[in-house]
Design a protein around this ligand. Structure first.
Ligand code: TYC
Length: 120
């Protein structure tokens, strides 16, 4: 019965055996570009309105975006004065979850706060 040819040894990710250019039988590993791309990032943006209390926005920034009180206040005031502000930058599914959490909390408390995500 014919025997199977031996399979090449497994390679760590990112490495591939090079051709035996020198004919010496030596096998070297070449580095390849990693096949996985980093996840695309989205910024979660909050929009100003005339009705949502400032304290609620500061609480949202602290609770859902892990901002300390000073940073949360600064971001809230930026939104208040400029119309919009970035709460944070995240991979797509995390950004979508944060938008959902903010909108749910705002509607629960009866505020018209708007929160969107956009490609960073
Ligand atoms: N403009 C609101 C007020 O004066 C405060 C506010 C800030 C609302 C940021 C929304 O995303 C917002 N009460």
């Amino acid at each position: 019965m014919p025997e199977e040819p031996p399979s090449p040894p497994p390679q760590p990710p990112g490495l591939t055996p090079a051709r035996d250019a020198g004919g010496s039988g030596a096998v070297v590993a070449e580095r390849r570009r990693a096949r996985t791309k980093p996840p695309s990032l989205y910024q979660v943006v909050m929009l100003n309105d005339d009705y949502t209390p400032m304290e609620f926005v500061v609480m949202v920034l602290q609770q859902y975006f892990q901002r300390d009180a000073d940073t949360a206040t600064r971001i809230m005031l930026k939104i208040h004065h400029e119309g919009r502000g970035v709460c944070g930058v995240y991979p797509k599914d995390i950004a979508a979850t944060k938008v959902e959490l903010v909108l749910t909390a705002a509607r629960r408390d009866g505020h018209p706060l708007q929160c969107i995500m956009e490609a960073a």
